[in-house]
Design a protein around this ligand. Sequence first.
Ligand code: GUN
Length: 295
Amino acid sequence: MILLDGKKTSQDIKNEIKAKVDVMKAKGEKVPHLAAILVGNDGASLTYVGSKVKACQQVGFESTLIKMPSTTSELELLSKITELNENNDIDGYIVQLPLPKQINTRRVLMQVNPDKDVDGFHPTNFGKMALDMSSFIPATPFGILELIERYGVETDGKHTVIIGRSHIVGRPMSILMGRKGFPGNSTVTLTHSHTKNITQITSQADIIISALGVPNYLKAEMVKDDAVVIDVGITRVPDETRPRGYRITGDVDFENVSKKCSFITPVPGGVGPMTIAMLLKNTLLAREQHKNKTY
Ligand code: GUN
C-alpha cells in the first residue's frame, strides 16, 4: 500500500509556486493577489479561509480577507463582488461557502468575473471544463488529479466510482476522470443518495473517490483488493481528548480499507492540503492571464 501524501505533495507544489513568485519579485513584477470573502462566523469556514490566507503568505502572494457579518444581505454581497471584479489589483478571489440562508448562492457565484473565478465555480468555467477547454478547475478535484498524476496512478480504462454528486467535488470529478488523456480515460460511475446496491458498485471499482461527508462510511467489504481509494471527507467528530474538542474524520474506515489498497489518501494529510495548494496554482494562473490581457 502506498500512501498518497497530500501534505508532502502540497508542500512541493507550494515550493514550486514560491520559486516562480521569487522570480516575479526579482523582476519587479506584481505578485499574484488573492482575495477571500467570508460571510458569517462558521467555525470550519473560518479555519479554511485562515489556512488559505496563511498559504498565500508562505508562497509570497498578496492576500486580502474580507469578513462580512452573518446578517449581510445578498445585495451587499453582490456589491462587494462587483467591487472585486473592478479592482485591477485583485487577480482572483473566492467566496467561501456555505453562505447564510438569506443569500442565494447561485446568484452570487454567477456574479463572479469568470477570469477571477479561481474556485472554478462559475458556469463559464464549469462548462469549459466539461468541453475540454482551458479553464479554472475547482481546487479539490484539481488536487486529486495532481495527486494521481504525481504518483503515477493508472486511470486509463479503469473503472472509477465516485460517491457523492456535489457541485464542488463529485460532479466535476466525474467529468474530469472521463476526459481524454491522463489523468482520465476512466469509465466513470457517479453514485449518490438514490443509488441502489452501492456495495455491488464500489466492490467493482478500480478507483473510488468518496466525497460524502459521512465518517467511516466506506468499509473494507465495499472495496476490492488493490483498489485506489481517495477520501475527500473532512467531518469534525467530537473528541474530548483533542485540544480543539474534535478530530477530523474521513469517509473511509482507513484502518481496515488501507490493508486492501494499492494507493490510499490519509485524513488528515491527504486531499485537504492539496485543495489549498491548487487554489494557489489557480491564482498564479489568474495572475499570468490577467497580465497578458489587454483590455
Ligand atoms: N467550501 C467548501 N469547500 C469550498 C471551496 O473549495 N471553495 C469555497 N469557496 N468554499 C468552499
